[in-house]
Write a protein that binds this ligand. Structure first.
Ligand SMILES: O=C([O-])C(=O)C[C@H](O)[C@@H](O)C(=O)[O-]
Length: 323
C-alpha cells in the first residue's frame, strides 16, 4: 500500500525515524543490518521512516545503494508507516532520485536544498513546484542552509497538492511562527528537523509543531520514544530529566566537531551492538577521547548493553499513562 499525499500531514505528525546507513567491514552497504535496524526503529512506534537522508549519509551513497536502502525500508515498513527518501543536489538529479524512490516503493521524498545554489523566493518556488509536477509522491521541503522561505513562499508551496509540509532545520521560532499561521495545517504539516531535534521540541510545541525527526532514536530508542511520549502527555518533569540526562550531554559532545551529529549517532549505535560499520568520508569517526566520552554518557543511562526491539505492550502502557 502506498500512502497518498492527502494522508501524509496527519500520518507524519509523530516521532520520525532517520535511520543510519550501515556499512560492512569493507565499507560496502550492509542491507541485512539496515533491515534489522529498521525493524528495531519501527518497534518503537515511529510515524515515518526517512531512509537515505542526512543521518543516512545521503551524499555518500551510490545510485544502486540508494535504491537498495529505499526498497529495504519499504519492505520492512510493509505499509504500516510512510517511507520518505531523501532527494536533492539539483533539479535533474532530484527528479531522477524521486523517480528511483517511487520505483523502489517509497511514499514520498524529503527534498534537500539545491546544492551550491541560493536563488530568490520565486526561483525556489519554481524549483520545488517543477519537481512536484514530475511525481505523484508526497514531497516535504527541507528548510535549511540558504533555503529559508518567507511565509508567503510557504503559503504558495502549500497550494501544490503533493507538497505536504516543511521540515525545518533552522529552529528559527520567529520565522516558523509566521509560516505556520500562513497555511491550512490540516493539509500542510511542519516537522521540527534541527540537529538533535529533541533539544527544540518542547519550545516548538506551543506553535503546534509536534512532529520531529530523531537521530537519537538510532542510539537510545528506549529514551527517545519515552521523551516523545512524555512531551505529548505534558509530563514536563520527565521531559526536563531526559533533557538533562540524555539530550544536553549528547549535544555538548556533538558540538565538538562538525559532522558529529551523524558520526556520533553511528558510533553510539555501534557501541550498543548494532552492526553499523563506520561513516564514509568526508565525515570523520569520533576520536578516542570523544568515543570514550560517548561510552561514558551511554553507561550513565543504564540501558541494556545491546539494542533490543521494543516490547509493544510496554509502549502502549507508557502512552496510556498520559491519555
Ligand atoms: O536529514 C537528517 O537525517 C536529519 O536532519 C534528521 C535528524 O534526525 C535530526 O533531526 C537530528 O539529528 O535529530
Amino acid at each position: 500500500m502506498r500512502w497518498s499525499y492527502e494522508e501524509m500531514p496527519a500520518a507524519l505528525d509523530g516521532l520520525l525515524a532517520f535511520p543510519i546507513t550501515p556499512f560492512d567491514g569493507a565499507g560496502a552497504l550492509n542491507a541485512r543490518a539496515l533491515h534489522s535496524h529498521t525493524e528495531l526503529l519501527l518497534s518503537y512506534g515511529v510515524s515515518g521512516l526517512f531512509p537515505g537522508c542526512g543521518t543516512g549519509e545521503m551524499g555518500a551513497l551510490s545510485p544502486d545503494e540508494y535504491a537498495t536502502i529505499i526498497s529495504t525500508s519499504v519492505a520492512v515498513a510493509e505499509g504500516a508507516v510512510p517511507v520518505l527518501a531523501g532527494v536533492g543536489f539539483g533539479a535533474s538529479l532530484a527528479a531522477e532520485m524521486v523517480q528511483m524512490a517511487e520505483a523502489a516503493g517509497a511514499d514520498g521524498a524529503l527534498v534537500f536544498p539545491p546544492y551550491l545554489q541560493s536563488p530568490g523566493s520565486d526561483e525556489y518556488l519554481d524549483y520545488y513546484c517543477s519537481l512536484a509536477a514530475k511525481t505523484p509522491l508526497a514531497l516535504v521541503i527541507y528548510q535549511r542552509d540558504a533555503a529559508i522561505f518567507t511565509a508567503d513562499t510557504v503559503a504558495r508551496l502549500a497550494e501544490v497538492p503533493n507538497i505536504v509540509g516543511i521540515k525545518d532545520g533552522t529552529g528559527r521560532v520567529e520565522l516558523l511562527q509566521q509560516q505556520v499561521t500562513a497555511v491550512d495545517r490540516s493539509r500542510f504539516g511542519f516537522i521540527n528537523g534541527v540537529p538533535t531535534a529533541e533539544l527544540l521540541a518542547p519550545a516548538l510545541r506551543p506553535y503546534g509543531i509536534t512532529a520531529y525527526s530523531s537521530a537519537l532514536l538510532n542510539v537510545v530508542p528506549e529514551l527517545a520514544s519515552e521523551f516523545f511520549h512524555a512531551l505529548r502527555t505534558g509530563d514536563t518533569e520527565r521531559v526536563d530529566e531526559l533533557l538533562r540526562q540524555v539530550v544536553h550531554p549528547f549535544v555538548r559532545l556533538r558540538d565538538r566537531e562538525p559532522g558529529y551529529a551523524v558520526s556520533l549517532i553511528k558510533a553510539g549505535a555501534r557501541l550498543r551492538g548494532a552492526d553499523t560499520g563506520t561513516v564514509r568520508a568526508p565525515l570523520i569517526e569520533p576520536n578516542e577521547r570523544d568515543l570514550a566520552d560517548l561510552r561514558t554518557w551511554l553507561a550513565g543511562l543504564r540501558l541494556s548493553d545491546v539494542l533490543i526491539p521494543c516490547d509493544r505492550s510496554a509502549l502502549g502502557a507508557i502512552a496510556a499513562q498520559g491519555a
